[in-house]
Design a protein around this ligand. Structure first.
Ligand SMILES: [Zn+2]
Length: 632
């Protein structure tokens, strides 16, 4: 009863708000807006009340639904699980019959021209994909928050947020401001790409002018415990970064309302993430403050801003238009994410936030992803991109074999970008910057979605060497061949070498869990020893000895083993080629096996200077041309 009263109150309210528009004569077809009214009477318990008013509802049974995917996130998500109290009624408050025809799909069999739909949303997860509502904020990713009317995807949408004064919240969004508390989107695709953050955030802004004289505004909105002064000084750092990014492409994209906004949410309760959108990005960092964590935060800012060219406008055909009813597979993520990853880190170096030694550590991670993961040895960047529908925030209860069949297309793609950049520089006296600029002008600025073949054609045109482009794509994009990273990096005075030469190694730690949150193994015997919690990595000494997830190591060389430190202390006394006798337990009972240790295959990258070698003139010039600031 209480719920019904609330619905009726909302209904009357919405009709009053939009009454003026109601009395206008609507033109038929896609131009008639759909109205969303959003309020937070129970924010402290993470609930929002949402009402959708659909004038001129499509004839016949009216279907409306939650999404199952979100732009920029590639796995399937059951957003419908957090929606309840779904009802529908007429303008006079008469209830309409609503059938739940599938988990996240509802149907109103019989209805008048105007239909009001109402539901409660629960959201308590702040990142780039979900919704988080509490007394201090409503952090809303749209597919996780708003139902939509099937068949009305092209109609414009108007939003009204009702409780802003009560909560002392301001609105951060790329939605178009329409006055009062009202915002709009031209259609469903745009709406779903336009997150809304309601909070008492702090802000700073700066303008950037393109070579053609067009000036655009960049906003930094931060909901955190930082002082205004700290936000402004961080804003100066991000400003420098945005100029460095502009220099790669030669210009900023044309933002839809002349503005781009960094929507940052910083608190230990949030989940670290970054999510790109056309004219904004949502960045969530689990620190109390940005102040003191600037260097850790900047990488995500650099990466996400690069997306405002690469993926938001320079867009793979496979993601256009985005399908909100299931996951969207794209074979181009090695470029959309991987090349963005490469530039995000490299531009921090150009902007002066990383030293060459800092950047060498990043290069080490990138090179290991390409050369030292089982999946990159077998599978191509294209194949790894296709697996994103399972790996990118895809949560599984059961165990997956990701350690052996998946490597991140971010790092693998970044390694491919690194190799291409260094080869263009050393073999052609060209640069990846200029290639990106060509691709931007052809497919990005014009917003003509690209295919991998088009990227190859652009490389052939740019290098004037179709054979090079064809070989590069065949070997390193469609294939799993590897470039000569050691030689390429030496051009710039970076030394690639074994990280722990001569050290014995049995495999990675037994409890490492990646972003995919793969299922953890259990064992009744775990209390007695060291449980191997996750899938064992292929071709490591432990794998070759036949141990796997769920096995519990009881002893090594007769010494009791109860944790990773016990295990490491035994391995660290050995040399590659030596054995360790292991007693372990599983459902088959207690067994013994010899593990033959090997040298740790992990590489590190260091500057020649750090390695005690001298940089020659050519290396110095090469590194300088590659990594010095390009801001004019
Ligand atoms: Zn990204």
């Amino acid at each position: 009863m209480k719920k019904l009263l609330l619905l009726l109150a909302l209904c009357v309210f919405t009709i009053a708000v939009f009454a003026q528009r109601r009395h206008k004569r609507y033109t038929a077809g896609p131009a008639t807006p759909i109205y969303y009214t959003v309020s937070f009477p129970n924010a402290v318990h993470h609930e929002a009340e949402i009402m959708i008013t659909v004038p001129q509802a499509p004839r016949g049974p009216l279907r409306f639904r939650m999404s199952r995917s979100s732009p920029g996130r590639y796995a399937t998500h059951e957003f419908g699980k957090n929606v309840y109290n779904v009802s529908a009624f007429t303008d006079k408050g008469t209830m309409l019959t609503v059938k739940q025809v599938d988990g996240d799909i509802y149907e109103i069999p019989i209805h008048p021209s105007t239909v009001n739909i109402s539901y409660t949303l629960f959201g308590n997860w702040v990142d780039g994909t979900y919704a988080g509502i509490d007394a201090g904020q409503a952090h809303l990713n749209m597919p996780a928050t708003f139902m939509w009317v099937v068949g009305a995807e092209r109609r414009p949408v108007k939003f009204r947020f009702t409780d802003l004064d009560k909560h002392n919240w301001k609105v951060s969004t790329q939605l178009k401001y329409e006055g009062g508390n009202t915002y709009s989107a031209p259609d469903l695709q745009y709406l779903m790409d336009s997150p809304v953050a309601l909070s008492a955030y702090k802000q700073t802004s700066w303008d950037i002018t393109n070579p053609n004289g067009r000036r655009q505004r960049i906003n930094l909105h931060v909901y955190s415990d930082d002082s205004q002064q700290a936000i402004e000084s961080f804003g100066k750092m991000v400003h420098k970064l945005t100029l460095e990014e502009q220099a790669v492409f030669g210009e900023l994209p044309l933002y839809d309302n002349g503005e781009y906004t960094f929507m940052a949410n910083v608190h230990p309760s949030v989940n670290g993430d970054g999510m790109e959108h056309r004219n904004c990005t949502v960045i969530t960092d689990p620190f109390y403050k940005i102040e003191g964590n600037e260097k850790a935060a900047l990488g995500t800012f650099a990466h996400e801003y690069f997306h405002s060219w690469n993926v938001e406008r320079l867009r793979p055909k496979s993601l256009q238009p985005f399908d909100f009813t299931h996951s969207n597979q794209s074979s181009e993520l090695w470029f959309a994410e991987g090349f963005t990853q490469y530039y995000g880190e490299m531009l921090l170096t150009r902007a002066g936030f990383y030293t060459a030694d800092d950047y060498a550590q990043v290069l080490g991670l990138v090179v290991n992803a390409a050369l030292n993961t089982p999946a990159a040895k077998k599978y191509s960047p294209v194949q790894m991109s296709n697996y994103a529908v399972f790996a990118d925030a895809g949560v599984s209860v059961d165990a997956v074999n990701n350690s052996n069949i998946f490597t991140s297309y971010y790092l693998y793609g970044a390694a491919t970008a690194l190799a291409l950049d260094l080869r263009l520089r050393s073999e052609f006296n060209l640069t990846l910057d200029d290639y990106m600029r060509q691709v931007w002008l052809t497919y990005g600025k014009t917003e003509k979605p690209y295919t991998i073949q088009m990227l190859q054609l652009a490389l052939a045109r740019y290098t004037k060497e179709p054979a090079f482009a064809s070989d590069f794509f065949k070997e390193f994009i469609y294939g799993a061949d590897k470039n000569n990273y050691e030689g390429l990096l030496a051009n710039a005075g970076f030394l690639m070498r074994k990280a722990q030469p001569g050290a014995a190694w049995a495999g990675p730690p037994f409890n490492s869990v990646g972003r995919s949150r793969a299922g953890q193994s259990h064992s009744a015997a775990a209390a007695e020893g060291l449980l191997i919690a996750t899938t064992v990595v292929e071709n490591t000494p432990v794998y070759k000895a036949g141990l796997d997830a769920g096995d519990v190591i009881l002893q090594a060389d007769g010494q009791p083993i109860t944790n990773q430190a016990d295990w490491d202390s035994i391995i660290n006394t050995k040399k590659p080629g030596e054995k360790v006798k292991v007693k372990y337990n599983n459902r088959m009972g207690v067994s013994e096996v010899d593990i033959i240790l090997e040298e740790n295959p992990v590489y590190q990258v260091v500057t020649f200077e750090r390695a005690g070698q001298t940089l020659n003139k050519e290396q110095e010039a090469f590194r300088d041309a590659w990594l010095r600031s390009k801001i004019k």
